[in-house]
Design a binder for this molecule. Structure first.
Ligand SMILES: Cc1cc2nc3c(=O)[nH]c(=O)nc-3n(C[C@H](O)[C@H](O)[C@H](O)COP(=O)(O)O)c2cc1C
Length: 147
């Protein structure tokens, strides 16, 4: 059984709508377990085969929780090399956070990044939600093809 984590932060619910759609898309693939959460302990990151992070952009940055998570994972030497990584998130006008998070996952943790990140301007429209489902689906399919 392959495991996917959909980790997200959302203050006003926009990124959460995306996270729900990403998880829904991933769940449609057999033999894949999908966990959706707004918190994970750094050590536990290594127990997933794919990590998809949903992050809105506030003050041109990612939430402090994610900075702390990746810093602690680095300090503790958590090994995520070769695992699948993707990011998405809602934004208002600049939308840097999903790219910043994906860069850390790609360059610091040597994960296999799916690029570019998926963005929604404020509340995701139906087309973006379809893209979110497709993202979850693609990540799950990729894991299954490696099984
Ligand atoms: C105080 C504040 C700061 C923000 N800073 C940015 C920013 O720097 N760049 C940007 O693209 N959007 C910015 N936004 C807009 C949010 O990213 C946007 O409202 C997004 O939909 C929030 O997602 P969430 O509902 O998942 O929390 C900001 C919003 C607030 C309230």
């Amino acid at each position: 059984m392959k495991k996917i984590l959909v980790l997200y932060y959302s203050q006003t619910g926009n990124t959460e709508k995306m996270a729900n759609a990403v998880a829904e898309g991933a769940q449609n693939i057999g033999n894949v377990e999908v966990e959706q959460s707004f918190h994970v302990d750094p050590e536990d990151l290594a127990s997933y085969d794919a990590i998809i992070v949903g992050t809105p952009t506030y003050h041109h940055d990612m939430p402090l929780d994610f900075k702390k998570l990746f810093e602690q994972a680095s300090v503790k030497g958590v090994n995520l090399k070769g695992k699948a990584a993707a990011t998405f998130g809602s934004y208002g006008w600049s939308g840097e956070a999903p790219k910043l998070v994906l860069e850390i996952m790609k360059y610091k943790f040597e994960m296999q990044a799916s690029e570019p990140p998926l963005l929604a301007n404020y509340s995701p429209n139906p087309k973006v939600l379809d893209d979110c489902r497709a993202l979850g689906n693609r990540v799950a399919e990729t894991l299954m093809s490696k099984a």
